[in-house]
Design a protein around this ligand. Structure first.
Ligand code: GLA
Length: 338
């Protein structure tokens, strides 16, 4: 019997780089996803094919990572076998319209999607998210937080998910009527597995240790930090506060207040956390100048997508103007009320 799943990508509306620092984050699901089909393999090898890439990637079951895009599938299959959700090697087919390397969680959608397809009915999505995170941390070797896996495992169309990354408590918040979150690719590609994610994370953990707190979001006074870590602490503390303020603005349907938090988040990611690029800064500035209530780089950064909030159900003119000023950018999708 074939196993199947569909899993969306996510866009993080606000709360960047705080999911392993004890903060509350606010991702929302995309209308774009990955469709996954599994059947028993004819031999001892896991085989992966994709509608988007040519060829077949194969690996002996439970072999170590191959440094290949199919590792997310191999790792998830290994985890599913360990849970005894499936037996033996599998042939897996992926059909994904989530852009890769864009900051919209294409890899979390694949790991969660494979685990979801393998899991028996009724398994808690949080358990699937935690297993998917351990695949990324231990099999792939990217020490990511829990936001992406929780977002794609739990998210529902038309809602944002206020996720407390400490307790894993979630509150589903409806996106107000008339709001459009536009997800725009900057045209700059990036990879998470290239070490820069780990560097930033290590800085956060070092800062928390120096301040004697378990989570950097709990720090009250950053004055004991050396000059290189001070801006890191500054971003994390201020982003925690912005995320809380944005959640209140969302509950109040206050687009102006929400947008202000987004734009301030971008400035902090640009100036303090230093994960933006000059081209993306210009794209964010123009997105706001041309009429967005707020805009910011989204996801880990170093390239990829921005997200902009418009109080407009059909932002076609805004996009035409933005694209004319930034021809390398491209429309990915929008996220609206359900
Ligand atoms: C990546 C990671 C997440 C999170 C973001 C930054 O998407 O997978 O855990 O840390 O970067 O907010």
């Amino acid at each position: 019997m074939n196993l199947q799943s569909w899993t969306p990508g996510r866009v993080n509306l606000i709360g960047e780089w705080i999911d392993f620092n004890g903060g509350t984050v606010l991702p929302a699901s995309l209308p774009l996803g990955v469709e996954i089909t599994l059947e028993s393999s004819p031999d001892r090898f896991d085989h992966v094919t994709s509608a988007q890439f040519p060829g077949t990637a194969s690996a002996e079951q439970n072999a170590p990572a191959q440094k290949h895009w199919a590792d997310y599938v191999f790792g998830a299959l290994k985890a599913a076998r360990k849970q005894r959700w499936i037996k033996g090697a599998q042939a897996v087919h992926l059909d994904s319209i989530i852009p890769a390397g864009a900051g919209v969680s294409s890899s979390a959608a694949v790991t969660v999607g494979v685990l979801k397809a393998c899991a028996p009915n009724g398994v808690d999505p949080t358990r699937i998210a935690l297993l998917a995170q351990s695949v990324e941390n231990d099999f792939i070797g990217v020490p990511c937080g829990i936001m992406d896996q929780m977002a794609v495992a739990h998210a529902r169309p038309g809602e944002a998910l206020a996720l407390n990354t400490r307790t894993l408590n979630i509150e589903q918040l409806a996106i107000p009527e008339g709001w459009t979150f536009a997800v725009i690719h900057s045209g700059i590609e990036r990879k998470l597995a290239d070490g820069r994610y780990k560097e930033r994370r290590d800085d956060c953990l070092a800062a928390a240790k120096l301040l004697g707190v378990d989570y950097l979001c709990d720090a009250e006074d950053l004055s004991a930090l050396p000059p290189d870590l001070h801006p890191i602490g500054q971003h994390v503390l201020s982003e925690g506060a912005r995320s809380r303020a944005a959640i209140i603005a969302l509950r109040d349907s206050d687009a102006r207040a929400f947008g202000d938090q987004m734009t301030a988040s971008h400035a902090s990611l640009r100036d303090d956390f230093k994960v933006s690029t000059p081209e993306i800064d210009a794209l964010v500035d123009d997105a706001v100048k041309l009429g967005a209530r707020g805009a910011r780089i989204t996801g880990a950064g170093f390239g990829g997508c921005i997200v902009a909030l418009l109080e407009d159900n059909k932002p076609a003119q805004w996009w035409t103007n933005l694209h004319a000023a930034h021809p390398a950018s491209r429309w990915i999708c929008d996220v609206k009320a359900g």
